[in-house]
Design a protein around this ligand. Sequence first.
Ligand code: NAD
Ligand code: DAU
Length: 329
Amino acid sequence: MNIIVTGGAGFIGSNFVHHVYRERPDWHITVLDALTYAGNSKNLEGLDPERVTFVHGDITEAELVDSLVKDHDAVIHYAAESHNDNSLSNPRPFLDTNLIGTFTILEAVRKHGKRLHHVSTDEVYGDLELDDPARFTEKTPYNPSSPYSATKAGSDHLVRAWTRSFGVQATISNCSNNYGPYQHVEKFIPRQITEVLEGRQPKLYGKGENVRDWIHTEDHSSAVLTILEKGKIGETYLIGADGEKDNKTVIEMILTAMGKDASDYEHVADRPGHDMRYAIDSTKLRNELGWQPAYTDFDAGLKATIQWYTDNTDWWQPQKAETEAKYAK
Ligand code: NAD
Ligand code: DAU
């Protein structure tokens, strides 16, 4: 297989590149990434250039995308503007990348008859109440809350329309909150770890009752690879690892693991329109494709992630001041 990974210099995309590099040694990977503030070529250091080619480019550039897609077997599409808070302060790049970028890829795979896997999020379904026993399934109606999730929902609809109307060979996955190495410090878990490492208090939005369904990024990668190889064209698969935790609990776990008092955090203003709870039912993926998560010990995964940020200050420090300045604004 000769695959393109869009957004392969970002958090989840680069973890997927490392996963495929290990698991499928005879595959060639082309990473297409614009290296926005969220992309980092260091995420791909140490990979053999014979097996991984890096192309610095934008997924909205039709000619570039077309010329790459023509010579590959499949596109695994991770590139996106991914942060909810940014989408509230400046939504425009979300429309450009998440909608026009996905459209551009769809036109190229349609023209050249190539396989597409579109990586999406559970946020397209909106949120659940804390006391609701339900979890999201592939049949849950779309109801996105933020500009980010609305553009991801739109991109999913584009993929379905191109599949049905033009016969594009696509699958879609919607995954819950990822954690692990290489995650930008704007996101919840790395932000709190790096705040503690810099001697400041973690920042909890509102009361911290909001629940996220945490999955280790390695499990997301193995699920996407499974869908790419065994998924049925035209189908959607939800990816989750039964990792529901409220934000307050996660902050307390981080503080305790870092040798601090569990209550040593500050409450800050809540996110407007903040989704209350996400929860994934991944029965379809498990039963139909035989996938299972392997990294389900959240406490151990969190400790390993804390260790990674502690050992890799050179990786995150250049992003940190700018990120906190953005939050302060
Ligand atoms: P990220 O922000 O860490 O990385 C995004 C990558 O895309 C960066 O490398 C960036 O440079 C690149 N990119 C952005 N715009 C581009 C453009 N126009 N052209 C080319 N490259 C561009 O994001 P992430 O957290 O790794 O998320 C990756 C994908 O997974 C996204 O599609 C996101 O919606 C989805 N997802 C994320 C999560 C999560 O918990 N983070 C969960 C489910 C799904
Ligand atoms: O569910 C999947 C989604 O998970 C992905 O589609 C998104 O790309 C990804 O960013 C993530 O979205 P969230 O908005 O859930 O993640 P974030 O890390 O921004 O926040 C997680 C929770 O923590 C959320 O309830 C807001 C809260 N939070 C966040 C930050 C940055 C805080 O309490 N304090 C903070 O400083």
